[in-house]
Unconditional design. Structure first.
Length: 697
């Protein structure tokens, strides 16, 4: 169920954003003056059903038929877990790999990395069978000279054998020195695409032309493995078009921008973890509205609690991430995720200790209180038992939760612990709170930020019930709960810029770099990526290109991205900017002031602005002195028992209203808990600001 904030002009078009989560499909819709939102259960077997269900809910709110509503949409952004699920569930396409002879085990060796599984250190998941890897007789030296050209007839035989004996559905090609000279690799790619037109082919040199053969090869392999993951999205796009949608889908990518479906087909892995990235981009807009430059974002949905950092008004990004222990060379919004969501299941381990997550009840059967047959106690069940969630007003009153079922599963879980249902529920809440607090403290500290100077941007359907307590425990003085907090990732899908990039490996010492040559190369990259965004439908006047270079201490493992002023390559300015960033993130003591620096990559990033949703300003004011609670309900503020707590309806609050804790602010799709010692203030954009002290913990 969603709500309208303001009144819409009948002539304006709509910007829609959708985030397909593990439990709910969230939708945010704006027309520049109003904002609507909706939640529809996610169907794991057919996620399009949840998308269309959410669209129908908003169409009903506006008073339009579904076809008329979709016909007035000017922008349709979608964050999907399709690619992530294919990798998490290890159910992607069967892929083959052509690589330089002698390097067939590059993926399997995984840089000698190990991951912990049930207490054992084991190699990370290998996304491709060793029998599907073929070594090709080819060689390029370190200077880019072709020493051994490719025999294309041998390639024909190798691919034919992979198709007939290994039954491959997609092919990755990645040669050892192709980042230096891609002639051999691209000749193979072009040959296979021409001779085997039905076989999707992914090239490491095309997708990630940078040094490090493991990361470059893995990018090609994972894109091949996920090449069929977008089939459901194409079916959804056709269904939406048949229903009335006239604009193309824009898919959220892990870097926080959007790409077209055609570009996502070329590189599906750019969609990994796109939902959390969309939420962070929307949180950055909230920070801009609130005048906040440094913040930590906490997104608690039905399955996980995701954290990210905004520093200097920009989301913190990393050049590579980790997926099941594999190093993924994919620029991304830097997020940390733990298994604490509303649907996270509580259980007792072999030592007789109460645990929470990471397994989730997801949308079906969901928490026991949903009434769908769930038999496991979840965080949501615990919050219902403790009074934090009102069973009669869930999703705006469209769904009544079963408190007796929540009591029953909590009591059953507590039997082996000698605890009552209420004591068990309190334990579930405290364990979840402790895990999220620990993760928040860790992520803020590892980013080199002082929590005392941060704000905590709280969103996700369950986030408002925990974040004030998290902030108090971590010495963060302020929490901001945005409007439409429960669907903020969907809002990000409705407002994120189109984003494309081109990258080129450099591998040169900073002091020896040819500034003119590098500037010329940056201009070539910029010209190409400027056209890429134009091909995505962005008018020329709405495209912007930014440039950066990767810099690291000589032969260090990882680099830091240093932004440039246009295409000018100023070695002195780059060194100063690198040292400043490095000190902020890792400490001054980690810097060798006279150490050599090297440039690892050159990059041009183009962004394009399209119609977008915005947070409307509320001009309402209150003539009386203070808001009055709409009701009271018993809430466990500690484990000893409940007390009557005042409850306020968030839609009834106006800018300037102040509420002292303990209290609850109930919206149609989320609730905010105001602990004792905290004060809530309503802002002009209807954000809820909670000023907290350590006593509020």
């Amino acid at each position: 169920m969603g709500v309208s904030e303001g009144s819409s002009s009948a002539s304006r078009g709509f910007s829609i954003g959708i985030d397909v989560g593990g439990t709910f499909t969230d939708l945010a819709c704006g027309d520049g003056e109003s904002l609507w939102r909706a939640k529809s259960p996610t169907d794991p077997q057919n996620f399009g059903r949840g998308v269309l269900g959410a669209c129908q809910l908003v169409a009903d709110q506006i008073g339009l038929g579904l076809g008329d509503f979709l016909g007035r949409v000017e922008r349709f952004g979608l964050g999907t877990t399709a690619v992530t699920n294919a990798l998490v569930e290890k159910q992607g396409a069967r892929a083959g790999l052509l690589t330089t002879a002698g390097f067939e085990d590059t993926i399997a060796m995984a840089r000698s990395r190990r991951v912990s599984i049930e207490g054992y250190l084991v190699p990370p998941w290998t996304p491709i069978e060793r029998s599907s890897v073929v070594g090709v007789q080819e060689r390029v030296d370190r200077n880019g000279n072709v020493l051994v050209p490719v025999d294309l007839e041998a390639i024909r035989a190798a691919v034919t054998d992979l198709l007939e004996t290994q039954r491959i559905e997609a092919l990755a090609v990645s040669f050892l020195w192709s980042f230096k000279n891609s002639e051999n690799e691209l000749s193979v790619v072009e040959f296979v695409r021409r001779e085997f037109p039905g076989l999707p082919v992914f090239s490491g040199a095309e997708l990630h032309p940078s040094i490090r053969e493991y990361e470059r090869t893995l990018v090609a392999v994972l894109n091949a493995v996920t090449s069929t993951a977008l089939d459901g999205i194409e079916a959804l796009a056709q269904q939406l078009a048949d229903t009335g949608l006239r604009v193309p889908l824009l898919l959220l990518q892990t870097s926080g921008g959007t790409v077209t479906l055609a570009e996502a087909r070329r590189a599906p892995v750019v969609l990994v973890a796109s939902g959390p990235a969309a939420g962070v981009m929307a949180a950055a807009e909230v920070c801009a509205d609130e005048g906040i430059t440094d913040a930590i974002c906490g997104d608690m949905g039905g399955t996980s609690f995701d954290l990210a950092v905004i520093a200097g008004s920009q989301p913190q990004r990393s050049e590579r991430g980790e997926l099941h222990g594999m190093i993924l060379a994919q620029p991304r919004v830097d997020t940390l995720s733990i298994g604490s969501g509303g649907g996270s299941i509580a259980w007792v381990d072999g030592r007789g200790l109460l645990r929470v997550g990471p397994r989730s009840a997801r949308a079906w059967p969901g928490p026991a209180c949903y009434g769908n047959g769930g038999q496991d106690a979840t965080i949501t069940d615990a919050l219902v038992v403790l009074g934090y969630i009102d069973p009669s007003s869930f999703l705006g009153g469209t769904k009544t939760l079963d408190r007796e079922a929540a009591l029953r599963v909590c009591a059953t879980l507590g039997e082996s612990l000698g605890l009552s249902a209420e004591e068990t529920a309190w334990g579930i809440r405290e364990i979840a709170l402790a895990e999220m607090t620990k993760a928040t403290r860790l992520h803020a500290g590892s980013s080199g930020l002082d929590p005392r100077h941060l704000s905590l941007i709280s969103y996700g359907g369950s986030g408002g019930l925990f974040t004030a307590s998290i902030a108090a425990a971590t010495n963060i003085p302020r929490v901001v709960v945005p409007p439409a907090a429960s669907v903020l990732s969907a809002f990000g899908a409705a407002s994120a810029d189109v984003r494309r990039q081109r990258i080129k490996s450099a591998d040169v010492l900073l002091g020896r770099a040819d500034a003119e040559e590098i500037s010329a190369e940056l201009k070539r990259l910029g010209s190409g990526v400027f056209q890429d965004v134009g091909d995505d439908g962005v008018p020329e006047g709405d495209r912007v290109v930014a440039y950066d270079v990767g810099v690291r201490f000589f032969r260090q493992t990882s680099e830091v991205s240093v932004p440039l002023e246009g295409t000018t390559f100023d070695a002195k300015a780059i060194r100063a900017a690198f040292l400043e960033q490095y000190a902020a993130r890792y400490g001054v003591g980690a810097i060798g002031r006279d150490a050599q620096l090297e440039v690892t990559f050159l990059r041009a990033v183009a962004t394009g602005r399209l119609p977008r949703a915005t947070f409307p300003i509320d001009t309402a004011s209150r003539t009386d002195k203070a808001p009055e609670p709409s009701s009271h309900r018993p809430v466990f503020l500690d484990r000893d028992g409940s007390e009557q707590v005042p409850c306020y309806r968030t839609p009834d609050l106006v800018p300037g209203d102040r509420i002292h804790g303990p209290a609850l602010a109930d919206d149609v799709d989320t609730t905010v808990f105001i602990p004792r010692g905290a004060v809530l203030t309503v802002g002009a954009h209807r954000s809820l600001r909670l000023d907290v002290t350590p006593d509020a913990a």
